[in-house]
Design a protein around this ligand. Structure first.
Ligand code: FEO
Ligand code: CA
Ligand code: CA
Ligand code: CA
Length: 598
């Protein structure tokens, strides 16, 4: 007999209690398997994983490190199979190489790290009897994209002097993608990937523009500049202008050259998620994950075409090259700006207000136009943070994933935390970022005017103020707090087929490991947040995908604890003691074969 649990449709499961198990813990009655781990061979000719003898060549044919964003795309004609695309955000050298000397990495170690970054496309196959999912090695669509794969720079900055280098005087060909964090799937069957903390790979800059992006004056953490001068800003000043974009990848064409879309601006893109206008143009939401930085949207001017011919595909791959980039400005309407700890919302009783999308620049087929005084259009697209500063955009508490609800159109913005809010001379709490020293983060809900994604005005309200529900400075969309799970540091968001919001966390500050949560966005149970799983020690929960019968998560950086190393591991997940800890993708399903949470 099916066990009944309370909750909105899609969220009827027994919540997982906060815990510190070195495991993926799922609700009672659910099962799991590891779909693919760092180092598993996916390309023809790639060897089995041997971390004691790892080479760059081997890694280039194997699943990369630190899986983050995940997409599962249909694979018509291949029964039971789907195409998995994964981001590999960054490398944890101390957990990858025995005896790693951070001050003196070897060339081989650096080249392994280059090959462990980027993206993987790998076909996966579902078990006929259970929800188990396994990788299909050597499938013709399997592909690795790394820190040295050729990319095309497209849009208004392509060919500009700001992106020409000694290796690429055309300013259009970039090698590699770095720090791909979260992403999105386009309605035309490609995937988008945010290049996030690209600053950490570059050394030796003292330019003000680089400082605004967090690029240091000294050596980089991984010392890549010793092995390729393009990572040394002093020697190759424009290479750094070629990272920090939204990447588009066509996983159905293994010979395609992935693109970097400059019209979406350059910053620490967390993700990129699309909602289409009624007349078929893409609107892309994307956040800049930094304390006191902004979130943006791009409204395309070209219409998507339907079909699968090469001409149609080429056309759709150009949709993100023309349109207007906007930044968000939020205005509150309450006299009180900070949650006061009484459990009541001050002022008019609601944390809400209005918002404006401020245009920064428009890219057209004939060139680009700036809307920011004192900056050219090219400058706006390359130094987008400075453009946001100039127009007075609202400084947010680290905008992570932003995603429109496919059922309602409302847009959810995960603001992960900002412990510097209100500290010293930093900006103080405001209605949209209502806690000083914000440890646990919050989630905003935006409604575009007339519910049209291209509107330049919107309404916003607080949806969740995260933390321990016993803490009066928390809020769960008005749902009674005795029935909700504690949550801290919302990062990635996703939706299930019923329009419930699913939230994964990174860096939870409540003593439990990070995890995945589901929360109803509509109806009587709106705000009822329930924990679905927790991840192993040191790990962040990423890339959630919620299908009818299966949930997928990327377990990123398990065992990443200060002082941990191959010799002194903090986690033994997933393969047990004596084995290397390995970032991996996990599938979860119901033992009785029914849909998730019904
Ligand atoms: Fe890579 Fe903003 O998380
Ligand atoms: Ca993230
Ligand atoms: Ca997402
Ligand atoms: Ca994060």
């Amino acid at each position: 007999a099916r066990r009944k649990h309370k909750g909105a449709r899609g969220l009827r499961f027994a919540p997982v209690a906060p815990n510190t198990a070195d495991a993926v813990t799922v609700p009672e009655g659910y099962r799991q398997n590891v779909v693919i781990r760092w180092g598993e061979p996916i390309l023809r000719g790639a060897p089995a994983f041997d971390p004691e003898k790892q080479t760059a060549k081997a890694q280039a044919g194997q699943f990369g490190y630190n899986c983050d964003f995940l997409a599962l795309l249909p694979l018509p004609g291949e029964r039971g199979r789907q195409l998995l695309v994964a981001n590999h955000e960054y490398t944890d050298e101390v957990l990858m190489f025995r005896g790693y000397d951070a001050a003196n990495p070897t060339r081989e170690q650096v080249e392994v790290a280059w090959a462990a970054h980027g993206l993987s496309a790998v076909v996966v196959e579902g078990d006929r009897k259970t929800g188990k999912l396994t990788a299909v090695a050597r499938h013709q669509l399997n592909r690795r994209v790394t820190a040295t794969t050729e990319f095309r720079l497209t849009g208004p900055v392509a060919g500009s002097d700001l992106v020409k280098t000694s290796a690429d005087p055309t300013g259009t060909k970039v090698l590699g993608t770095l720090n791909n964090c979260s992403g999105g799937v386009t309605p035309w069957g490609t995937t988008l990937h945010g290049e996030e903390n690209f600053n950490q790979y570059f050394a030796g800059s003292s330019r003000a523009t680089d400082k605004r992006y967090g690029i240091g004056t000294g050596a980089s953490e991984r010392k890549w500049e010793r092995f390729d001068k393009r990572f040394d800003v002093a020697q190759e000043p424009n290479e750094v202008h070629r990272f920090g974009y939204v990447v588009e990848f066509d996983p159905y064409d293994p010979s395609s050259t992935p693109r970097k879309h400059t019209a979406l601006g350059r910053f620490k893109h967390e993700a990129a998620n699309i909602r289409m206008t009624a007349d078929g143009r893409p609107v892309v939401y994307t956040g800049d994950d930094e304390r006191f930085d902004y979130f943006y949207k791009f409204v395309g001017s070209k219409r998507m075409r339907h079909g699968s011919s090469r001409a149609v595909r080429e056309h759709n791959l150009s949709l993100l090259d023309e349109g207007t980039l906007y930044v968000a400005k939020l205005t509150g309407d309450s006299p009180a700006l900070e949650i006061d700890g009484t459990g009541k919302l001050p002022g008019d009783g609601e944390f809400d207000g209005s918002g404006e999308w401020i245009p920064l620049a428009t890219a057209t087929a004939d060139g680009a136009v700036s809307h920011v005084d004192g900056m050219s259009a090219e400058e706006v697209f390359v130094f987008t943070r400075l453009a946001g500063d100039k127009v007075g955009a609202t400084k947010m508490d680290r905008p992570e994933d932003i995603e429109p609800n496919p059922v309602t159109g409302k847009v959810y913005v995960a603001l992960t935390n900002n412990t510097n809010r209100g500290v010293g001379s930093n900006a103080k709490a405001d209605e949209a970022n209502p806690r000083n020293a914000n440890k646990h983060g919050h989630v905003l809900e935006l409604t575009e005017r007339w519910n049209r994604p291209e509107s330049t005005r919107f309404a916003w309200s607080l949806f969740l103020v995260a933390g321990d529900p016993d803490d009066p400075a928390t809020y769960f969309a008005g749902f009674p707090k005795d029935g909700v799970s504690p949550i801290s540091c919302p990062d990635n968001v996703a939706f299930d087929p019923y329009g419930n919001l699913w939230i994964s966390t990174d860096g939870a500050q409540l003593g439990s490991h990070d995890g995945l949560f589901g929360v109803a966005t509509r109806g009587e149970r709106r705000g009822e947040l329930k924990q679905f799983l927790t991840v192993p020690k040191g790990a962040e929960t990423c890339g959630p995908i919620i299908q009818d019968r299966r949930v997928l998560v990327a377990v990123q950086h398990p065992g990443e604890i200060d002082g941990a190393s191959v010799e002194k591991p903090a986690s033994t997940w997933p393969d047990g003691p004596g084995k290397y800890v390995r970032p991996a993708v996990v599938a979860v399903w119901r033992a009785d074969g029914c849909d998730i949470g019904v």
